[in-house]
Design a protein around this ligand. Structure first.
Ligand code: GTP
Length: 365
């Protein structure tokens, strides 16, 4: 029985699939619930928790080493699936200690995390007693999956679309997709506003091969952000996912069974943080666009300081698609810096820095 247990929703999905966007919508729209948030980033700089901070409910507690002032716990610099014991468990213990103040826990895993080890931690006695996994929600980027990225069996994909797609047939990306989907209680296909006619069927086929028929798939777009009824429903699935998690077969377990030492799919990935002063926004966007063509970059995410602009600019690049918007005023106590976390493979960090630094505005003495 899950009566009186705090439900936790685990949101997983590859880099750029829309996890932070979903969490931000949940935090804005699901009012009347006191929600604690745990965010895990692969890179050493936690961008997502900074983006979510503006949406989270305020928290009276003092900040601690991992807790931000808004009740968001950052598990930065590592993948949650590798740091369950060292990082996740202590945070959960803190949350359990103040369980009377919490109605729901939202957990965003890093885009490279495998959800199974995290969900298994909900069977540890100290967590199990007070908390249950309401659902594992797996997001997949509809247009990217339809274009043949992450999986080689999407069906007939036009040769042209594959020709310049370096991500296709990459085994570690496919393993991640498989493992994230195999754990899902609900699959959300994001960015359906960008799907081409016919894409939907391809995505449906791919998902159907990886999840049982009992797992529902919803196609979503930005309109979900204002659909409070749908968003509330996402936080009341009641799957108790931890109960069946050991039965889920995935690549992660097979690697361990084969004796590989911590050979996670994400061991093949690489990340770096680029820190600059104020930048020319257009030049930065152009440089990033070029870099995405020449290096294997899966996503870039961060903030830019633009001269004369009182607000910080959020920059996100997933594949060749880039987005930028101003999210909040720079605070008086923070330095106007540009910081981008780049995740990819075999990154040439010097070249990245040199290219992006060309957008930097020289400070005048
Ligand atoms: N067109 C469109 N863009 C979307 C949608 N959902 C998310 N995006 C955009 O996709 C990009 C990535 O979204 P995020 O929410 O940051 O993805 P994420 O999974 O948190 O990414 P990581 O933190 O890199 O793992 C952002 O630029 C979003 O604005 C959608 O439904 N439609």
């Amino acid at each position: 029985m899950n009566l009186n247990k705090i439900p936790a929703t685990v949101v997983t999905g590859f880099l750029g699939s829309g996890k932070t966007t979903l969490l931000a919508s949940l935090l804005r729209q699901v009012t009347g619930k006191r929600i604690a948030v745990i965010v895990n980033e692969f890179g050493e700089q936690d961008i997502d928790s900074s983006l979510l901070r503006g949406c989270a409910l305020s928290c009276e507690e003092d900040a601690t080493a991992v807790e931000t002032e808004s009740g968001i716990f950052e598990l930065a610099n590592g993948c949650i699936c590798c740091t369950v014991e060292e990082e996740f468990l202590p945070v959960m213990k803190k949350l359990m200690a103040r369980r009377d103040d919490i109605d729901h826990i939202l957990i965003e895993t890093s885009g490279l995390a495998l959800p199974k080890p995290l969900v298994q931690a909900f069977n540890w006695p100290e967590v199990r007693q007070h908390c249950t996994v309401d659902a594992i929600i797996t997001l997949i980027d509809g247009p990217a999956v339809a274009a043949g990225r992450y999986a080689s069996d999407v069906g007939k994909v036009e040769a042209q679309r594959l020709a310049d797609d370096s991500l296709d047939h990459d085994p570690s990306l496919r393993e991640l997709l498989d493992d994230q989907l195999s754990a899902a209680d609900l699959v959300l296909v994001s960015k359906t506003d960008l799907l081409e006619p016919g894409d939907r069927k391809r995505v449906e086929e791919l998902v159907a091969q990886r999840v049982p028929a009992s797992v529902k798939t919803l196609f979503i777009d930005q309109s979900l952000a204002s659909d409070s009824a749908q968003l509330e429903a996402l936080m009341g699935i009641g799957a108790a996912s931890e109960e069946g998690i050991d039965r889920i077969d995935n690549h992660h377990d097979r690697h361990h069974a084969e004796g590989a030492h911590h050979d996670h799919a994400h061991d093949h990935f690489d990340s770096c943080v680029i820190r600059l002063g104020e930048v020319d926004g257009d030049l930065l966007a152009d440089s990033l666009q070029q870099l995405v063509k020449t290096q294997e970059i899966y996503r870039a995410k961060g903030f830019a300081a633009i001269p004369g602009k009182p607000m910080r600019r959020v920059i996100q690049a997933v594949g060749e698609r880039q987005e930028g918007y101003f999210d909040r005023l720079w605070r008086a106590d923070e330095e106007r810096l540009t910081q981008l976390v780049i995740i990819g493979r075999a990154l040439d960090k010097q070249a990245l820095h040199a290219a992006l630094a060309s957008a930097e505005i020289e400070a005048t003495a």
